[in-house]
Design a binder for this molecule. Sequence first.
Ligand code: SF4
Length: 141
Amino acid sequence: MTHIITSLCLRDGGCVDVCPVECIVPGMPQDKWPWYYIDPVTCIDCGACIPECPFEAIFTEDETPEAYETKEGQMQAMPVGTAGFDQHYDGSNHHGHAVSMDGIKVLHAGETLNLRTDIPPNYDYFKTGPGYWEGWQQHAK
Ligand code: SF4
């Protein structure tokens, strides 16, 4: 099992600071990989990242919900160009740095999302995607 970052991620990054095995990385390039991603091979399922996420975007793989009930004003992020995800988000991350994202959909209360479809990208990022972005590795040292 691993932990999964879902499409509710708005790149806060607080999870990165608490992960004891440094297995969470920001998706790069951001327009194709908008969330942060957990390397499923390295994750030790300690659970430290879950309470750090202000967007409640992280779940254990087993508990990633198939029928997640949205709250009013919550946002979901997808790769830029995804149909229906044409809004923009400006905010700030855990360190107070600006976050700017396209590919956003603003959600309304009472919608139901299958967040289990967000599980494969967490694996794909490391298996077939860019994985540990070299620049991020250097930055993290
Ligand atoms: Fe890192 Fe623990 Fe979260 Fe896994 S569960 S990503 S090891 S903080």
